[in-house]
Design a protein around this ligand. Sequence first.
Ligand SMILES: [Mg+2]
Length: 254
Amino acid sequence: MKKVLSFDVDQTLNVAKTPITNEVADLLLECLNHFEVCPISGQKFDQFMIQIVNRLPNPTPEQLSHLHLFVAQGTQYYRFNTTTNEWEQVYNYPLTEDQVAKITATIEQSARELGFWEEDKLAPGDEIIENRESQVTFSALGQEAGTEAKYAWDPDHQKRDQIAARCKELAPEFEFEVAGTTSINAVTPGMNKSFGMTHLLEELHVEKSDILYFGDMTQPGGNDYPVVSMGIETITVRNHEDTAFALKGILGIL
Ligand SMILES: [Mg+2]
């Protein structure tokens, strides 16, 4: 039997950047009684709390000790300390200040050149480029734009493919990965989900064959593909409803 259930977050556990539903929350809580549960996503720690952890209905410290947060594609790892009852960071592989500065300038230049730098659409205080420590993320409409506006901005990836291609010309030493609905994640080569999964194997002392992974972008070029290409067993889902359906099946036969 699998020991670890690992999940992409956006579009796998939730509607991109929104909290998980009650149904998914109930299912994940039940999973914590039987499996190590490892969400992995390009987002920041705060978003893992808002979207997943704070949605779990009355989890016990024992249950939370089986939840492992692989933040920023697993370049940061947090676990619940049952002695202090707090989340603790186990490791972090941040970019250097110079790397952040170069990536930030590159993305802004590329987006401006192509006419996709839409500062006027931001909410007050919001930002297009966010330093997530281990990666720098471009979000075309900022962090606070509504879901509908985000889905409408670049449904076929065309804008972001152009920005990413221009960034790659300007700064070939970095990777620019199209993700979510309006985002591009910039990282150093290899800092993708395979980095996170490799560390997951070490930290949880498990084998690849112990893991079942769920993701919506498992096609070559998608941000879940690095996991597939490691040879980890994967279920491709279209949305969180598919994930919930699969989890009911898994929990039903335990
Ligand atoms: Mg996804």
